[in-house]
Design a protein around this ligand. Structure first.
Ligand SMILES: Cc1ncc(COP(=O)(O)O)c(C=O)c1O
Length: 414
């Protein structure tokens, strides 16, 4: 079955890692896996200023807090995003300023320049769906105005821009190990500091955060097990198992409902527990393979849509793109998604709102509808196709064929 979400990176060895951590409860307080994960990250980026958290938004929040923002201080970010990027700004007392996007679904340079004011303190550079932003231009502008650059690598661990690793350009970078991300420990994230001047204030904040509760950790460790079983029997009640497990809080949600209204759940921010570091470590070891698979599926989609003018896709503009998901734009995106579901293919809806997920309160997020026309247009048409390791090349071809066939059917009806 094709499923873009629900632990899409999960393989048997990840399952065994989760099981073993559930068994070795007495090791939960240690730091064996955290130390190994730190070493792997440090070697990968040639930088050991890495700090682990229980989510990407925790990492961003604690960093922004360390800047001691004053009332009116602004942080620029793009629209066509998730409230998990906006909320840390609000929680840290800053004001989000939204740019429009360009044809790579990333921050638009002209719009960035228009949004800079005397109160701008930082720019968050999202690498949407693992497509690298034009960071060289952004750095130039930031330098001219003495503004900090934060790379949001939640979608882009392992991506490169002009052959340099994404995450090594800005003053800091943060990563997510959320369930749908490049590597997954269900909940998790990291901050990497490239500018030593920012370290002292940040470490002062970092030392004050806590471990998450035992129940919260247990909830995350159960996620791979429950989803693995439920996905195996998805059409035979598995769907309801997932729904029920979430209802009784045996499974966590990626974004809680209160976050749609700018509120902070009490489990954020926390350290990454060692047992979840074990999951992230196991996945990190497979990073190149996971990303190679994503690129291969992207190539299949690209080939299929090359001669089609009804399906808009991003031209392969940088070899370093990792394609966490493969976005296309289609005027019948919702209908295709529904039809695919009937055939056992669950496609994705990042970001059908300029600030996702659906239900996010735009007023709380300080976004005025109508502000960023391209972002709103793309949000109204976007559909994401799976590139995850659980989707085979043959299944990707089936997904592409379904998208193409949908249009023929429509033409036939006319
Ligand atoms: C672009 C982007 N940045 C940051 C985040 C935050 O990551 P996390 O879910 O680990 O807090 C998300 C996740 O939802 C995201 O989509």
């Amino acid at each position: 079955m094709v499923h873009i979400s629900l632990s899409p990176n999960l393989e048997k060895d990840d399952l065994l890692t989760a099981l073993s951590r559930l068994f070795f409860v007495w090791e939960w307080k240690g730091s064996k896996y955290l130390n190994k994960l730190k070493k792997m990250f440090a070697d990968y980026f040639a930088n050991d200023s890495i700090y682990f958290f229980n989510s990407g938004r925790s990492a961003l929040f604690v960093f922004l807090k360390s800047l001691h923002l004053k009332i009116g201080d602004e942080v620029i970010m793009q629209s066509f995003t998730c409230n998990a990027v906006v909320n840390p700004i609000l929680w840290a007392g800053g004001k989000p300023m939204y740019t429009d996007i360009d044809e790579t679904f990333n921050l638009d340079i002209q719009s960035l320049e228009k949004n800079i004011t005397q109160n701008t303190k930082a720019i968050i550079v999202q690498n949407t769906f693992g497509i690298p932003a034009r960071i060289d231009k952004i750095l130039e502008i930031a330098k001219k105005h003495s503004i900090l650059v934060i790379e949001d690598c939640a979608h882009a661990l392992g991506a490169t821009y002009k052959k340099q690793k994404v995450g090594t350009f800005g003053d800091v970078a943060f990563f997510s190990f959320g369930r749908d991300k490049v590597i997954s420990s269900v909940y998790g994230g990291a901050l990497m500091i490239n500018n030593d001047l920012l370290k002292k204030n940040f470490e002062n904040e970092y030392k004050n955060i806590q471990r998450p509760s035992v129940f919260w950790t247990l909830q995350q460790l159960l996620h791979p097990l429950i989803t693995y079983v439920a996905l195996g029997m998805y059409n035979f009640g598995g769907k309801y198992v997932l729904f029920g497990a979430q209802k009784i809080h045996l499974l966590s949600k990626a974004v809680s409902k209160i976050e749609n209204f700018g509120k902070k759940p009490q489990y954020l921010p926390c350290f990454l527990p060692d047992s979840l570091a074990a999951l992230a470590l196991n996945q990190f070891k497979k990073l190149d393979n996971l990303n190679l698979h994503r690129r291969n599926l992207a190539r299949i989609y690209e080939k299929n849509f090359k001669d089609r003018d009804d399906v808009l896709y991003i031209e392969h503009y940088d070899e370093g793109t990792i394609w966490l998901r493969y976005p296309i734009m289609h005027s019948d995106a919702d209908k295709i998604k529904k039809e695919a579901e009937l055939r056992g293919m669950i496609l994705g809806d990042w970001y059908r709102e300029v600030i996702a997920p659906d239900g996010t309160n735009m007023e709380t997020m300080n976004y005025q509808l109508g502000k960023n026309k391209t972002a709103e247009y793309v949000a109204s048409k976007v559909l994401n196709l799976p590139t995850n390791i659980r989707t085979s090349q043959m299944e990707a071809q089936e997904v592409a064929s379904l998208v193409k066939a949908y249009n023929w059917k429509q033409q036939f009806k006319k």
